[in-house]
Design a protein around this ligand. Structure first.
Ligand SMILES: Cc1ncc(COP(=O)(O)O)c(C=O)c1O
Length: 430
C-alpha cells in the first residue's frame, strides 16, 4: 500500500532479494540513479558547457568512482589517499583538483608531485606554496562570506567558517601571488551542503564573480557543490529549471561581458549519489516501555552517522511488511550510545522482529563516514545494482567482514615490530 506521506523504496523486490542473499546490514547503490542525476545536471548546465567534478568524499567506493570516470567527470579530492585512489583508477591528473583543508607541507609536495592543481584556502599556505613553487599555477579557495546548508555543521562559508580565504583578503592573495610569480588560474568556493535554495547559491556565486576580474590569469571559477536532495516525503528537490533561471542565465550573461574565456566548474557530491543508495537492515528487537516503542536493528551510527551527527532524516521503509498497520517507533541502532537513533517518533508499517527495513537516500555520506572502530562492529557489505539493459542485476562490491577478520585488523594495527626482532610493543595508555 503506497502512502503519500512516505517515500517509496526503489525496486523493493530487488532489495529484498539482496537482503536474503547477501544479508544485512548492506548498502545497495543503484547505478542508473547515479547516471540519471549526472545526465540531468549536465543537460541543465549545457548552456554553460560546465565542467563537472565529483566530490568523492560523498562516496569513494571504487565502483562508484569508476562510474564517475566513465561519465567523464573530474574529481575534487581532499586528502593524499583520495588523490592516490583516483589516480590509480585512471583519472587524469589534470581532471583532479586537490583541496585539502589545513594542508600540511608534506601533503602539498605530495599533491604537486602527482601533477594535480592545488586549491589553497589559507594565506600562509599560499605563501609556502609560492616559496616552494615560484611561477606555478594554483587555484585559491575564497570564502564569499555567504554560507548555507542543511545543518550548522555543513555550512562552509561565512564569518564562522574555517574554510577559504575571506574575500576581503584578496589584496593579500594578489600580493603573495605577485611576490612568487604564481598564476592564479582558478577561483573556488564551496559554501555548504544540502542547499535547496538557489537564491543563496546565486548570492555567493555573485560575490565570487565580482572579484574574478581582479585575477587576470583566472581561466576557471569552481562554484563548488552543495546541491541538496529531498530527504523527506513531500519535500521538493533542487529545481533544475529554476537553477537555469537563477544561475545558468546570469552566468552566461557574466561570461558574455568578459573578453577572456572563463570555464565554469561545479563539484557536487551528494546530488550525484545520495538518492542512489539504500541501507538495508534487519529489525532484531521490538520492545516497549510505557512511553515509547523501540525497534532495534543490526546496524547503527558507525554505519550511518548522519542522523546522530546532523539529526538528519532518512525515510524508513518496511520492505517485508509494507501493508502493516502504521505504528509509531523510535528506530535505534546497536551502538552503546543513546544518540544512536536512526528515526524518532516515526510512523512505519508495523515492524516485526526479522523484518527487513530500508533506510533511503543513504548513498552520500553514508559508507564514506562509516567506521568499525567504535564498539568494533564490521562495516556493512556493499552492493551495486548495475542496471542498464539488465534490470535487477547486481554485484557485491564490498564483502562483509567477520568479527574475526576485524579483530585480526585491530591486532595488526596494535603490533609494532621492534628493531627487527618482531617483538610486540605495547602502546602506552595516555
Ligand atoms: C570543497 C568541497 N566541494 C564539494 C563538496 C561536496 O558537497 P555536496 O556533497 O554537498 O555537493 C564538499 C563537501 O563537503 C566540499 O568540501
Amino acid at each position: 500500500m503506497f502512502r503519500p506521506d512516505q517515500k517509496p523504496a526503489p525496486q523493493p523486490d530487488v532489495l529484498l532479494r539482496i537482503a536474503s542473499r547477501i544479508g544485512t546490514p548492506t548498502y545497495v547503490y543503484f547505478a542508473d540513479t547515479i547516471r540519471e542525476r549526472i545526465a540531468g545536471l549536465k543537460t541543465h548546465l549545457a548552456p554553460l558547457a560546465a565542467n563537472l567534478l565529483y566530490a568523492m568524499k560523498a562516496n569513494s567506493h571504487p565502483a562508484i568512482l569508476s562510474i564517475m570516470r566513465d561519465e567523464g567527470l573530474g574529481i575534487d579530492a581532499v586528502s593524499p589517499a583520495e588523490l592516490l585512489l583516483v589516480l590509480r583508477l585512471g583519472f587524469a591528473p589534470e581532471r583532479v583538483l586537490f583541496s585539502a583543508n589545513n594542508m600540511t607541507d608534506d601533503e602539498m609536495h605530495f599533491a604537486r608531485g602527482q601533477g594535480v592543481l592545488l586549491n589553497i584556502g589559507e594565506l600562509s599556505r599560499l605563501e609556502r606554496f609560492g616559496k616552494a613553487y615560484p611561477g606555478a599555477d594554483v587555484c585559491v579557495r575564497l570564502n564569499p562570506q555567504v554560507g548555507a546548508g542543511h545543518h550548522e555543521h555543513v555550512i562552509t562559508a561565512g564569518a564562522r567558517s574555517k574554510f577559504g580565504i575571506p574575500v576581503q583578503q584578496i589584496r593579500e592573495v594578489l600580493r603573495i601571488a605577485s611576490r612568487h610569480g604564481l598564476r592564479i588560474v582558478g577561483l573556488h568556493q564551496h559554501i555548504g551542503s544540502g542547499i535547496l535554495d538557489t537564491a543563496t547559491l546565486w548570492k555567493a556565486i555573485s560575490v565570487l564573480l565580482d572579484v574574478t576580474d581582479s585575477f587576470p590569469d583566472a581561466r576557471f571559477v569552481n562554484l563548488g557543490g552543495g546541491l541538496g536532495i529531498p530527504y523527506r516525503p513531500g519535500e521538493n528537490g533542487i529545481d533544475l529549471e529554476n537553477l537555469g533561471e537563477r544561475i545558468v542565465r546570469p552566468l552566461q550573461a557574466f561570461r558574455a561581458r568578459r573578453t577572456e574565456p572563463l570555464e565554469i566548474r561545479f563539484e557536487p557530491g551528494r546530488y550525484f549519489v545520495a538518492e542512489s543508495g539504500v541501507l538495508l537492515v534487519t529489525a532484531n528487537t521490538v520492545k516497549s516501555n510505557p512511553e515509547r516503542r523501540f525497534v532495534g536493528v543490526d546496524s547503527g551510527m558507525g554505519h550511518l552517522l548522519r542522523p546522530a551527527l546532523y539529526d538528519a532524516y532518512h525515510e524508513v521503509v518496511n520492505l517485508s511488511n509494507p501493508d502493516g498497520k502504521p505504528v509509531t517507533y523510535d528506530l535505534v541502532g546497536n551502538i552503546c550510545e543513546s544518540g544512536d537513533r536512526f528515526a524518532v517518533d516515526r510512523s512505519i508499517p508495523e515492524i516485526r522482529e526479522g523484518d527487513i527495513l530500508a533506510l533511503l537516500d543513504t548513498g552520500a555520506y553514508g559508507m564514506s563516514m562509516a567506521s568499525p572502530a567504535y564498539n568494533l562492529r564490521p562495516v556493512p557489505a556493499e552492493v551495486l545494482v548495475t542496471g542498464g539493459d539488465e534490470p535487477g542485476r547486481y554485484r557485491l562490491i564490498t564483502r562483509r567482514r567477520t568479527p574475526a577478520e576485524l579483530v585480526a585488523e585491530v591486532l595488526e594495527r596494535g603490533t609494532v615490530p621492534d628493531a627487527g626482532e618482531g617483538r610486540v610493543a605495547r602502546t602506552d595508555p595516555a
